[in-house]
Design a protein around this ligand. Sequence first.
Ligand SMILES: [Zn+2]
Length: 415
Amino acid sequence: MAAITVTGAVLDDVTVGLRAVDGFISALGPEVGPEPGDEVLDAGGDALLPPLVNGHTHAAMTLFRGFGDDLPLMEWLEQRIWPAEAKLTPDDVYWGTRLACLEMIRSGTTRFWDMYWHQLDVARAVLDSGLRATVGQPILEFEGAPAGARPEAAPDGIAALRELGPRVEAALSPHAHYTVSEQSLRLVAELSREHGVAVHTHLSETEQEVADCVAAHGERPAYYLDRLGLLHERSVLAHGTWLDDEELALVAARGATIVTNPVSNMKLAVGRAFPYPQARHTGVPVGLGTDGAASNNSLDLLGDVKVLALLQKHATGDPSTLPAPDAWSIATGALAPALGGTPLAIGQPADFLLVDRSGTEMTCGPLLESLVYATSSAAVDTVVVDGRVLMRHRVVDGEDEVRARAREASARVCG
Ligand SMILES: [Zn+2]
């Protein structure tokens, strides 16, 4: 039995203890203290908080951070990203993902939804980092795509990911409805139903994508996916920026989740804010993602949660849109249970953050408002996942090697 007890943490203005046994929270409250043999963490007045969930990323793209920023989309893809991706080895993907995991640990994210190729190497990096992730079995249909990402490889790919244990979950990740054939999308729907696994895909990121879908299929993208059996309670849809009110109502009726990526959307100038007020009105579960480091360029959700709230206020012209506590709930996955966020409660996985409240910008003001609007990831002092300490006083075991190996891989593929 492995037990860890946190003492002296502050939760909702009350000093509490938290005890976890074998990776699950077993006790939480003012009277909770360590038992003989427990590992003890003295929080010293730090705030105890649930961790953040990154609902959409391409983790290994940390290797391409800043490589071709500010270029028009096609020039960026054709001259920078695609030639660099052609050089990627499985080990490069491993170290790029390790770097992403390190960045996420250091900014309080403990679970993420990934979509990239060499997915078993992504999963290996997740396990070695100590994080949790839903790793996508990619479905790609272009010349040069790795054999493991071809549609016919999906059944074995899902089986391999599902063997990896409780910190890695499998999803099917067709890149998008405009890059994967109708026949393959139908296969994805069938496999999702058969194996009960999630489908993680891009949807309605740009206005052009919507126009192309109407031209090709005679219907808008959400209706197209629904007709193929791809809208259900296991669907996680990245972006949704250009969904109209009827599509949002359809997504809500099917129980699918939308992950908004405001920083990526603004950097790539998609021309519209995700229609959050309408989405909330229909009851669609909403999560927050960074997207890949090539289009963000950060994986720090404590930065993106501020942008999420500000963009919605800016777009509606109403400062009461998306108040800070709601933005925080989105960032922790509390408004989108399918994303697998871990609330602080007895019986839940022992995943939590200790946040330093002694910093200058944290000195005055309520906690959630300070987290959303004022502070940076530097306030995250300690990160625990599955009852294991991944970061203590901002130090992560083995972080120098991760940075060195990722730097080498990046220099080679971008060189
Ligand atoms: Zn993406």
